[in-house]
Ligand binder design. Structure first.
Ligand code: NDP
Length: 319
């Protein structure tokens, strides 16, 4: 029997290619010299797509008339045109759950580095200033007893909240809904959450609904003693407003794992000492990325064998 074909779109973890190859014939679109020509000639061959963090657009979905499933790597799928997939009757899956603890650990580290200025303290030592100039100055910020405001108390947000509680922080949150059975204090307005918070942690998805939710007004509400941590998506924060707020002391510091136009990070942000900047490494350990890759493969296998995907996104419910 002919093996089913899977189209891989965009660079993806080599583990995914290897695992898919055990069961399917795999074609990597980004390795084709003439992608549009390839899709026009061969698009009908593919019922399944695996895509990396760059996602898949409407035109490519339209060029795959027999497509049934898009298995996307990562829990955030803002780069996948889910509206086009839904219109075409294509199920989209993501990789939720398997990365929660890793991303929450990264978020906690980023928050500690930012509030306790650990990167600057380390630089002080490395530059020989401890012996020459004396100890690193006391930090104005401290986690114990302060309020962590979480924008997006979902799977990862809750894993961050558990860790922050262990650090002695009080948890408040904002989302579109107040959650039943959650003891943390809910704020119906993001600005009110920012006003109540010492540290504001963004862990919402990207996309149009959350675009620039954290703007000048929210940063001003966070205030001159406040810190912003963004582990969600860069588009959630108005980066220009953030740079201005950091430069003029409207907030005290920021820890960012995600940026508006990755991998480009504005020089005006890089030069600011009151920032900790990470190159989108929230889930980036071998074990966690492999677990995500396995779920990409398992979704395609489950769909092929049973026509039930394991982790479909809400916008494309299964038939
Ligand atoms: P969940 O779907 O479990 O949680 C998302 C939360 O965001 C929910 O609590 C939801 O609450 C809230 N939310 C969604 N839309 C809005 C909105 N328009 N306004 C206010 N709140 C909103 O997702 P995860 O916790 O699994 O992941 C969250 C995001 O983290 C991902 O989408 C991804 O973008 C990012 N991420 C970043 C990583 C990194 O490496 N830095 C790694 C992994 C994920 P409600 O429904 O009540 O609004």
């Amino acid at each position: 029997m002919d093996r089913q074909q899977v189209l891989v779109i965009g660079p993806i973890l080599p583990y995914v290619i290897a695992k898919l190859g055990e069961r399917f014939d795999v074609v990597e679109l980004h390795k084709e010299a003439d992608r549009a020509g390839f899709l026009e000639r061969e698009g009908k061959r593919f019922k399944a797509v695996a895509c990396g963090l760059k996602g898949i657009d409407r035109e490519t979905i339209a060029a795959l008339p027999d497509l049934e499933i898009i298995s996307s790597f990562g829990v955030g799928y803002d780069a996948v045109d889910v509206a086009a997939a839904a219109q075409a009757g294509v199920v989209v899956t993501n990789t939720p759950g398997v990365l929660d603890e890793e991303v929450a650990n990264t978020a906690l580290a980023l928050m500690l580095m930012t509030v306790r200025e650990l990167n600057r303290a380390e630089n002080h030592l490395r530059a020989g200033r401890w012996a020459k100039d004396g100890p690193y100055p006391l930090t104005a910020g401290s986690l114990g007893g302060s309020v962590l405001g979480i924008l997006g108390l979902g799977r990862i947000g809750k894993a961050i909240a558990r860790r922050a509680e262990a650090c002695g922080m009080k948890i408040h949150y904002h989302g579109r809904h107040e959650q039943a059975g959650v003891a943390y204090r809910y704020h119906a307005s993001l600005t009110e959450l920012a006003r109540a918070s010492d540290v504001l942690m963004a862990v919402v998805p990207g996309g149009a609904a959350t675009h620039h939710m954290i703007d000048r007004q929210v940063l001003e509400a966070l205030g001159p003693n406040g810190y912003l941590i963004n582990i969600g998506r860069g588009t959630v924060v108005d980066e220009t407003a953030l740079i201005e707020a950091l430069s003029k002391g409207a907030i005290r510091g920021a820890g960012l794992d995600v940026f508006e136009n990755e991998p480009a990070v504005p020089e005006s942000l890089v030069v600011l000492e009151n920032t900790v900047l990470l190159p989108h490494v929230g889930s980036a350990s071998v074990a966690t990325r492999q677990a995500m890759g396995q779920l990409v493969v398992d979704n395609i296998v489950a769909w092929t064998d049973t026509r039930r995907a394991m982790t479909p996104v809400p916008e494309t419910p299964q038939p």
